[in-house]
Design a protein around this ligand. Structure first.
Ligand SMILES: NC(=O)c1ccc[n+]([C@@H]2O[C@H](COP(=O)([O-])OP(=O)(O)OC[C@H]3O[C@@H](n4cnc5c(N)ncnc54)[C@H](OP(=O)(O)O)[C@@H]3O)[C@@H](O)[C@H]2O)c1
Length: 269
């Protein structure tokens, strides 16, 4: 089976590297096309045997194609691949903005959507998988097995996608931001700590907290109850957070859904 990757930027490059490092793909069966040649050349130097090519040639030779370009670049890429695409192929886009139905109407292939997360760089975390109506049981098994080599794949419906994407693909950034802002404000409240010290304290504690929850099967609620003893400083901190954090998440989920709907309304393939 020949596997092609169109667009090897942040996500496409990470997927190629993770799948090749996991030996889930053989370099000689991997075809790569990217707008600017440099990114492909770096990959080819790293993984001798992979084939650098054009979008059109890749479309004519690959059974499985990962389309890892931004949503706004998808129409151009499809126009370039058009003459070569055929029904026997499985085309998987990472562009969350593109509805599968719209893609299915545009190309003859079977189509699916994959939402990776930066955590696949260390072969961890969740990949979200959504299947179009033409996807077969074998296609789904193939994708689950392939992605299972670098992640925990979870199949969802497109209607579940928006919050699920925030919880998996967006979450590394959201979690990192929360840690950084907590460290920054700790420092502002007392400049006697150094910024490195504050950041490493929260980072190491976050890692240990996740391990503790995993090893003891403690739920987040149980953990809060264990640490935030009534009348204590952590209980006070939780009380303050509960006045602001749920509201912030509500706005985040509402505004991201609205933005996605707006982007989709302007989309043409
Ligand atoms: N970043 C994330 O965490 C994340 C997570 C989940 C899903 N996604 C989705 O994944 C997609 C890619 O995101 P990204 O962060 O990887 O973007 P990115 O870093 O900008 O990568 C996009 C790549 O596509 C290439 N490209 C653009 N037009 C092309 C064309 N006509 N032919 C061939 N290659 C072309 C670009 O080439 P150049 O080298 O010339 O720029 C670049 O290497 C987006 O739809 C995004 O929504 C991203």
């Amino acid at each position: 089976m020949k596997t092609g990757f169109v667009g090897v930027g942040s996500m496409g490059g990470m997927l190629v590297r993770a799948l090749l490092r996991a030996e889930a793909l053989d370099p000689k069966d991997v075809w790569v096309a990217n707008r600017s040649p440099q990114r492909g050349e770096v990959l080819a130097a790293e993984f001798p045997g992979i084939r650098l090519t054009t979008n059109r040639e890749l479309a004519g030779h690959c059974d499985l194609i990962f389309l890892c370009v931004r949503g706004s670049d998808v129409p151009t890429v499809l126009a370039q691949m058009d003459p070569e695409l055929y029904p026997g192929q499985l085309l998987v886009t990472t562009a969350s903005v593109i509805p599968l139905k719209m893609l299915e109407e545009r190309v003859p292939c079977r189509v699916a959507k994959l939402i990776p997360s930066v955590t696949q760089e260390i072969r961890a975390g969740i990949t979200l998988l959504m299947c179009g109506s033409r996807v077969t049981r074998d296609d789904r098994t193939l994708l689950e097995e392939l992605l299972g080599r670098i992640s925990h794949p979870i199949v969802i419906t497109e209607s579940q996608a928006r919050p699920a994407i925030s919880l998996t693909s967006g979450a590394p950034a959201l979690i990192a931001y929360l840690m950084q802002s907590m460290a920054e404000e700790a420092l502002r409240s007392n400049p006697e700590l150094s910024s490195e010290m504050a950041l490493s304290m929260i980072q190491e504690t976050a890692a240990a907290t996740l391990r503790l929850m995993e090893e003891t099967k403690m739920t987040p609620q149980e953990l809060v109850g264990r640490v935030a003893v009534p009348g204590g400083m952590t209980a006070l901190s939780i009380e303050i957070l509960s006045r602001h954090v749920p509201q912030a998440w509500q706005v985040i989920f509402k505004e991201t859904a609205e933005r996605e709907a707006k982007d989709r309304a302007m989309l043409t393939l």
